[in-house]
Design a protein around this ligand. Structure first.
Ligand code: MET
Ligand SMILES: [Zn+2]
Length: 767
């Protein structure tokens, strides 16, 4: 019998239950018991769902209140000292590491003020993990203060009558994805392997004691270009872990091609491997050749990263090929990765066009997909399911919704001159300086201001038809005015309108572009309690009419300061959508570039001549391995940005913005934006800044963390700027936060920005 499995299920709940309860907990509206019992309820719901769908191998410990990597850090006691000195409850230590904590002293508790740990993209996905941060004083041990999460959750499922396979990130990936803390910069995390292995071993032994027969250990770094030294660690590490005192180990990789690292995993004492064949089907022959004769092969063929229905006929043929090679008993049909990256349930979509909806499959539907494929491979009769599936696949292939000849004709006109500004930066700069006459250390923000409850309520009312278009516009204009007046009051130089009309920086555009479908409830976790609702590219993309001009023009009309127009760049629109799988990403990005080019030019015509085109997702789209695919990507990514932005006059100032992860300075330079803001507050890396010192275009290095409610003082800003000035010149130095402020409250926003502007003024006095 061929078995079915999944590598993980979304934990947020079909109605974002996890977000609601976590945020209520942070606000002190509910207690820790409410939080914990909601978590339990969600886990139980998800396990039962999988059981009822007939999934054979059901994961546990895929749940998390914030991030599964952070959970491991807490469990292994990888907790920098700065988080332990306040005697916080374990769950609060977890949240403090994840998002920072600033709390006034009370009679019984001391004041707390700690920044968050660094948050980084999980491979090429839009999920973020909290980076394990090690120092010489890190003392690995099982931190049992809050129980032992993997064991407790295993037992919790068992009590419901559900046998599960606990999942944890493996030791080499865990260390490799981490970094040294500020106080221990000479420390190479991987050197800690021998110290962490016994703790992993202890944990595995406890799982075995609890009854777990098998664990899923994720080693996703095996799809990266790994240095030989790292590859070489696998053999000994897994020899140390495996044994009769621990459960069988299934080692899982995903998101890419494992072949260049096959030597690292060949012969490991594990019971089986999981590979991502949805992404890289070509690796089948070679990975099979590397298997031992008893090792199982988990065939990740149902895409955990996208929402398209699996083509049963293709997938079955693939599974059959795998079976032919290793036999039925050793094949498990699985999702390519955890389903964390897909929305919970298509059935929650009431508004999707029925034809299009029939092309999709969300996490809950993917459960049925692995089950049907496994049954089919086992010889059970699933002919009804196969026939229905064939019908949906055909309907999509033959649909006219997906093609627009006009878009395709225009795409053919894209060339070098369409993607290059009229003159180089050095010649644009003087005309921009004359036009805007900005002081040294010009201050600006990244775009969004707090998305208050009031904004959400009014947007909701408008969506439901309870507000007319005029009423809603009036409301938005009032919000814009508040934001504009505040910025004038504290003396910011280049203003923004605050983006109150936008639910999300990608969805907002997706909803206005042709070729897109969007969901009402298709939430996916991005980080912590922040979820996004990616729109879906279903066909050729075009822009029927202006998308942002009205709000920007209104904002400009009420101030004399320059008003920055705000757009989301083509690559980010694509990366934060579910892309088509029937045409290349390059084609989709260039189509978006053309649509945005029209928007940029419409803004310019309307008098908005500072225009920011955000590209925070360029980095995450970078193919995980170096080589042709990566260099091609960099070319088309930069080109689509330039297609969008190069049609403007010399004195129009193009800004761009990057956040979330280290982007190679060369990739930023390839965009030729006049001003670039880069998230920087948690980086502390002088070498990185240095890369820009000889770059003529202007840079704003993010000066404070917008993911945290904490307020940096003016002095803190000053010393931060002083640090940067040691390696970066004052004459092209912009002053701005890390990113947009939409997730923050007004109180901290006001205080932080005021301090930031005051610090800029301090330096103007000195230069
Ligand atoms: C994730 S980048 C966000 C940029 C956007 N303009 C904002 O301020 O919200
Ligand atoms: Zn950002």
């Amino acid at each position: 019998m061929v078995q079915s499995s999944i590598l993980g299920f979304p934990r947020i709940g079909g109605q974002r239950e996890l977000k609601k309860v976590t945020e209520s907990y942070w606000q002190g509206k509910v207690g820790v018991n409410d939080l914990l019992s909601k978590g339990k309820e969600l886990r139980s719901h998800n396990w039962k769902l999988q059981k009822e769908a007939g999934v054979d191998v059901i994961p546990s410990n895929d749940f998390s209140y914030y991030d599964q990597v952070l959970d491991l850090s807490l469990l292994f006691n990888v907790i920098p000292d700065r988080y332990t000195k306040f005697e916080l409850a374990p769950i609060d230590v977890l949240f403090a590491m994840g998002r920072g904590l600033q709390r006034k002293a009370t009679d019984s508790t001391p004041a707390v003020d700690v920044t968050a740990l660094e948050m980084v993209k999980w491979f090429d996905s839009n999920y973020h993990y909290v980076r394990p941060t090690f120092s010489h004083s890190t003392e690995f041990k099982l931190n049992t203060e809050a129980g032992l999460k993997p064991v407790d959750e295993y037992l919790e499922a068992k009590a419901l009558g559900i046998e599960t396979r606990p999942v944890i990130v493996g030791p080499i990936s865990y260390l490799y994805l981490g970094k040294a803390d500020k106080d221990s910069l000479d420390l190479d995390p991987i050197s800690l392997l021998d110290k962490i292995l016994p703790v992993y071993k202890q944990l595995l032994a406890k799982l075995k004691e609890a009854g777990a027969k098998e664990v899923q250990i994720d080693e996703p770094i095996l799809v990266l270009d790994l240095p030989k030294e790292i590859q070489a660690k696998y053999a000994d590490a897994y020899k140390a872990l495996a044994g009769s005192d621990v459960p069988e180990i299934v080692l899982a990789t995903y998101f890419g091609d494992v072949r260049p690292n096959l030597s690292a995993i060949k012969g490991l004492p594990v019971s089986g491997f999981h590979f991502d064949f949805a992404r890289v089907p070509e690796q089948l022959d070679e990975v099979v050749a590397a298997l031992g004769d008893k090792q199982t092969l988990s065939v990740g063929i149902v895409d955990g990263r996208n929402i398209w229905k699996t083509d049963y006929s293709k997938a079955s043929a693939f599974v059959a090929k795998a079976i032919e090679k290793v036999g039925k008993d050793r094949v498990v049909v699985s999702t390519s990765s955890s389903l964390l990256h897909t929305p919970v349930d298509l059935q929650n979509e009431k508004k999707l066009d029925a034809t299009i909806k029939d092309w999709f499959s969300f996490a809950t539907q993917k459960l049925d997909e692995v089950v049907v494929l496994a049954k089919n491979a086992s010889g059970e009769d699933v002919s009804k399911e196969l026939a229905a599936n064939a019908q949906s696949i055909k309907s999509r292939q033959e649909s006219s919704i997906t093609t627009n000849p006009k878009v395709q004709e225009r795409l053919a006109t894209v060339n070098e001159s369409l993607s290059t500004r009229k003159v180089p930066f050095a010649e644009r700069l003087p005309s921009q300086q004359t036009k805007y006459n900005l002081p040294l250390f010009p201050t600006t923000t990244i775009g969004s201001f707090p998305q208050t409850k009031d904004i959400r309520i009014n947007r909701n009312k408008y969506t439901k038809g309870e507000l007319t278009a005029e009423q809603y516009e009036e409301f938005i204009n009032k919000e814009i005015e508040t934001v504009v007046r505040f910025q004038e009051e504290i003396g910011l130089d280049v203003l923004v309108h605050g983006e109150p009309e936008r639910n999300d920086m990608v969805q907002y555009f997706g909803e206005q572009l042709e070729g897109y479908a969007f969901t009402t409830n298709g939430w996916v976790q991005s980080y912590g309690s922040r979820y996004v609702r990616p729109p879906i590219v279903v066909g050729d993309v075009s822009r029927p009419k202006a998308m942002t001009v009205k709000e920007s023009v209104y904002a400009q009309s009420i101030t004399d300061k320059p008003m920055k127009g705000m757009l989301t760049g083509p690559v980010t629109c694509l990366r934060w959508s579910f892309p088509r799988d029937d045409v290349s990403q390059k084609v989709q990005a260039l189509q978006l570039g053309l649509a945005l080019r029209d928007e940029v030019q419409d803004l310019e015509k309307a008098g908005i001549t500072v225009i920011q085109v955000d590209e925070p997702a360029i980095r995450e789209g970078l193919p995980l391995r170096s080589g042709k695919e990566r260099s091609d990507y960099l070319n088309w990514a930069a080109q689509s940005f330039r297609v969008a932005t190069s049609g403007v006059e010399n004195d129009t100032q193009i800004h761009s913005h990057f956040c979330y992860s280290d982007l190679d300075p060369n990739h930023i330079k390839a965009l030729d934006a006049d001003v670039v803001s880069i998230e920087f507050s948690k980086k502390d890396d002088a070498n990185y800044i240095q890369e820009f010192s000889n770059y003529p275009n202007h840079i704003g290095l993010g000066l404070f963390d917008i993911h945290s409610p904490r307020i940096p003082s003016k002095e803190e800003f000053i010393s931060r700027i002083e640090e940067i000035l040691k390696v970066y010149p004052a004459n092209k130095f912009w002053v701005n936060p890390d990113c947009g402020l939409k997730t923050r409250g007004w109180e901290e926003t006001k205080a932080s920005l005021t301090n930031m502007v005051d610090a800029a003024k301090h330096f103007r006095g000195k230069y």
